[in-house]
Design a protein around this ligand. Structure first.
Ligand code: FDA
Length: 579
C-alpha cells in the first residue's frame, strides 16, 4: 500500500480563490482535490461585497440564485454614512455600490446581475459544496507542507492534522490559493513587490439589534470619524453589517509599531459601545481577530506547473471590496485554460497567458485599494482632524455662517465625493481587459475611455475585453449576451450574412477536436436583437465575427467576412490555444 494518491489538479486552500477554482474545474469535468488546513471553511465573515463580475461567474456556473438568496440584496447596500457615532451626528452620506439612481443605470446596463452582500462565511460553503457535488474531493484538516515539481507533475507533501500522518499527493498541476501568507508562493519563489504590515486593524464580530440606528439609511458600511479613528487599518472606525440589522463587524485600527493588542471582551464591548455611541445596547460578542493592511503584489504568478492566485498574489486592504472578488476571478481565468490543456485541446503554452493577464490586475487592485484607504485623509482634514487642517477648524465649524464655513463645507463634499473611487469604481470592478498570447489583436487601437476609466465601465468588443452585456431574445426567453457564451466553451457570434462563420466554426471544431458553439444573432434566427442594443454594442458589421473565450473575454474579432473564414478562424484558434 502506498501513502500517496493522484489527481489532475491539487488546490491548496478552500477560500474564495481555492473554492472557486475547485468549483470551476469540477464544473468543467476536471479531476481535482482541494485541501485546507482547517476543519471547515472561513470562520469569520471577512469579504462581503460581491461585485457584478463575480455574480456573473456564479450565473455561468448555474448558481446565481444561491448567491442572491443567501446575500443581502443590492437595494439595502448603499446608504453609506459618515458619522461621529451611529447614535451621534451624521456628517455625510454617499450612495454606494451603484445604488445612486444615475449609477444604478450604469450598473444595470452593464450586466445581467447586481452586486450583493454575501459574507465569506456563507459564500465559501456554497463554492466548496457545489464543487464537491460536481466531483471535487475536499480534504479538511489537511496542511500543505512542501512541493517538488518535475517535467510531468508536482508532488505535494501534506499532513493530516487529525492523525498527524504525512503523505504525498501527486498532481499534474498545483494551485496555490493559500492566502496572504502563502507558503506555496514562497516555496516556488514568486517575486513580490511592495510591503506587508503597513497598518494594524482589529475585527470585532458581534450580535446586537441596531435597527433603530440604521434601518432608515440601510447600508453595509457606516464610517465613524473620531479622533483616533484614523490610526491604523482602513482609515476610520467602521461598523459593517453582516446580516441586517442584528449581526455586525467592527473594524478599528491599532498602531502597527506597537505589539498587536489583546482584544478581550471588555475592550471589544467598549469599542463597540463607543462607535455605536450607545453603551446601553446589548452586545453579544462572537469573536475578535487582529490583521494587518498589506500593500504587496506578485510580479509573477506561476512557476512551471504551480500557479498561485488570490491573496497569495495580491495583498491589500478591504477598500473597494476587491479581494475575494479578484480571487474568484483569478480562478475563472485559469480554470478553463487548465481544463483545455488537460483534455489535450490546447497546448500547455496557453497557461502562460494566466500570468500575462492576471499579474497586471493584481498590481492594479493592490494600488487601487491602498489609494482608497489613504483617500480617507481628505475627510479627516475637512473635519479639522489632521495637523495640516486650517487653524480653528473643527467638526462643528462646518456649521458656521462664515467664509471658512463655506470653504469647509465645500471641501467636505468634495472629500466624500472622492470616495466614489472606492465605493462606485465600476470600471475597476467590471472593465478588465487582457493583452496576452490568448488574445488575437485585430489591429485597431484600444478604444479610448469616454469617462473616467476607474469609475465607469466602458463596453467594447475590442479583443481582450469582456463581451458587453445586453439583452437578446431566444423565442419567448430573454437572455443576456453573457448567457450565450461561457460554460467552459468557446462561442462564435455573428449576424445575418455571417452564416459562413458558423460553418467555419463547425469545421474548426472538428479539425481541432474542440467543442465550439456558434450563433447567428438577427431576425428569424435562434437569437434576436429585438431591442437593437447588440447592433449598437458589437462594433462589427452584420457579417463580422467575434470569438468569445470560455471566460467571456473576446479572443478574436473580424470586421469583415473573409474569403476563407475557416482559415481565418483556424488561425485564430491555433494562436489562442498554442497549437
Ligand atoms: P483566504 O485567506 O481566504 O484562504 C486561504 C485558504 O488557504 C484557507 O482555506 C486556508 O485554510 C488555506 N491554507 C493556508 N495555508 C495553508 C496550508 N499550509 N495548508 C493548507 N491550507 C492552507 N474582499 C472582497 O472581495 N470583498 C470584501 O468586501 C472584502 N472585505 C474584507 C473585509 C475584511 C475585514 C478583510 C480582512 C478582508 C476583506 N476582503 C474582502 C478580502 C478577502 O477576505 C480576501 O481577499 C480573500 O479571503 C482572499 O481569498 P483567498 O482564497 O485568496 O485566501
Amino acid at each position: 500500500m502506498t501513502d500517496s494518491f493522484e489527481t489532475d489538479v491539487l488546490i491548496v486552500g478552500s477560500g474564495p480563490a481555492g473554492g472557486a477554482a475547485s468549483l470551476f474545474l469540477s464544473s468543467y469535468g476536471v479531476d481535482n482535490v482541494v485541501l485546507t488546513r482547517y476543519r471547515w471553511t472561513a470562520n469569520t465573515p471577512r469579504a462581503h461585497i460581491t461585485n457584478q463580475r463575480t455574480v456573473e461567474l456564479m450565473r455561468d456556473m448555474g448558481i446565481e440564485d444561491q448567491i442572491t438568496d443567501k446575500g443581502t440584496e443590492h437595494a439595502l447596500m448603499g446608504q453609506t454614512a459618515f458619522c461621529t457615532s451611529l447614535a451621534g451626528e451624521e456628517i455625510g452620506r454617499i450612495r454606494t455600490w451603484g445604488t445612486h439612481p444615475r449609477r444604478l443605470a450604469d450598473y444595470t446596463e452593464a450586466s445581467p446581475t447586481l452586486p450583493c452582500d454575501l459574507p465569506q462565511t456563507l459564500f465559501e460553503p456554497i463554492l466548496v459544496s457545489t464543487a464537491a457535488t460536481r466531483g471535487a474531493r475536499v480534504r479538511f484538516d489537511t496542511e500543505y507542507l512542501s512541493l517538488e515539481q518535475d517535467a510531468d507533475g508536482v508532488t505535494a507533501h501534506v499532513r493530516d492534522r487529525l492523525s498527524g500522518s504525512e503523505y504525498d499527493i501527486r498532481a499534474k498541476y498545483l494551485i496555490g490559493a493559500d492566502g496572504g501568507r502563502s507558503k506555496v508562493a514562497q516555496d516556488i519563489g514568486l517575486p513580490m513587490a511592495g510591503q506587508m504590515d503597513v497598518e494594524g486593524s482589529m475585527n470585532i464580530v458581534f450580535e446586537a439589534d441596531l435597527s433603530k440606528y440604521v434601518a432608515h439609511r440601510p447600508s453595509v458600511l457606516y464610517w465613524v470619524l473620531q479622533p483616533g479613528a484614523q490610526i491604523g487599518g482602513i482609515g476610520a472606525g467602521l461598523i459593517r453589517m453582516v446580516r441586517p440589522w442584528n449581526e455586525w463587524l467592527v473594524v478599528w485600527g491599532y498602531d502597527i509599531n506597537q505589539p498587536p493588542p489583546v482584544v478581550d471582551e471588555a475592550m471589544a464591548t467598549e469599542i463597540v459601545h463607543n462607535l455605536v455611541g450607545d453603551d446601553t445596547i446589548d452586545v453579544k460578542l462572537k469573536g475578535t481577530s487582529v490583521w494587518s493592511v498589506n500593500h504587496m503584489y506578485a510580479e509573477q504568478a506561476s512557476v512551471g506547473r504551480v500557479f498561485c492566485m488570490g491573496d497569495a498574489i495580491h495583498r491589500h486592504p478591504p477598500s473597494n471590496g476587491l479581494g475575494s472578488n479578484t480571487s474568484i476571478q483569478d480562478a475563472y481565468n485559469l480554470a478553463w485554460k487548465l481544463s483545455l490543456v488537460l483534455k489535450g485541446q490546447a497546448s500547455p503554452a496557453l497557461l502562460s497567458s494566466y500570468d500575462e493577464e492576471r499579474v497586471p490586475i493584481a498590481r492594479q487592485i493592490v494600488e487601487r485599494a491602498n489609494k482608497s484607504r489613504t483617500q480617507f485623509g481628505q475627510i479627516f482634514r475637512a473635519l479639522g482632524m489632521t495637523p495640516d487642517a486650517p487653524a480653528g477648524r473643527t467638526i462643528d465649524s462646518r456649521k458656521d455662517d462664515t467664509p471658512e464655513g463655506v470653504a469647509q463645507r465645500n471641501e467636505l463634499r468634495e472629500a466624500i465625493e472622492l470616495k466614489d473611487y472606492e465605493f462606485n469604481a465600476h470600471g475597476v470592478e467590471l472593465g478588465q481587459r487582457y493583452a496576452s498570447s490568448a488574445v488575437v489583436p485585430d489591429g485597431t487601437p484600444e478604444p479610448a475611455y469616454e469617462r473616467d476609466a476607474e469609475l465607469y465601465y466602458h463596453p467594447t468588443t475590442w479583443p481582450g475585453a469582456r463581451i458587453p452585456h445586453c439583452w437578446l431574445t431566444r423565442g419567448s426567453e430573454t437572455v443576456s449576451t453573457l448567457d450565450v457564451v461561457g460554460k467552459g466553451r468557446f462561442t462564435v457570434l455573428t449576424g445575418i450574412g455571417g452564416e459562413s462563420w458558423v460553418k467555419a466554426a463547425q469545421a474548426v471544431s472538428e479539425s481541432l477536436g474542440l467543442p465550439i458553439e456558434a450563433a447567428v444573432i438577427g431576425p428569424g434566427r435562434e437569437l434576436d436583437d429585438l431591442y437593437g442594443d447588440w447592433a449598437r454594442l458589437r462594433e462589427i458589421p452584420d457579417n463580422g465575427c467575434l470569438v468569445v473565450r470560455p471566460d467571456a473575454h473576446i479572443a478574436f474579432r473580424s470586421s469583415e467576412l473573409p474569403e476563407d473564414p475557416t482559415a481565418a478562424l483556424h488561425e485564430a484558434f491555433a494562436a489562442v490555444l498554442g497549437r
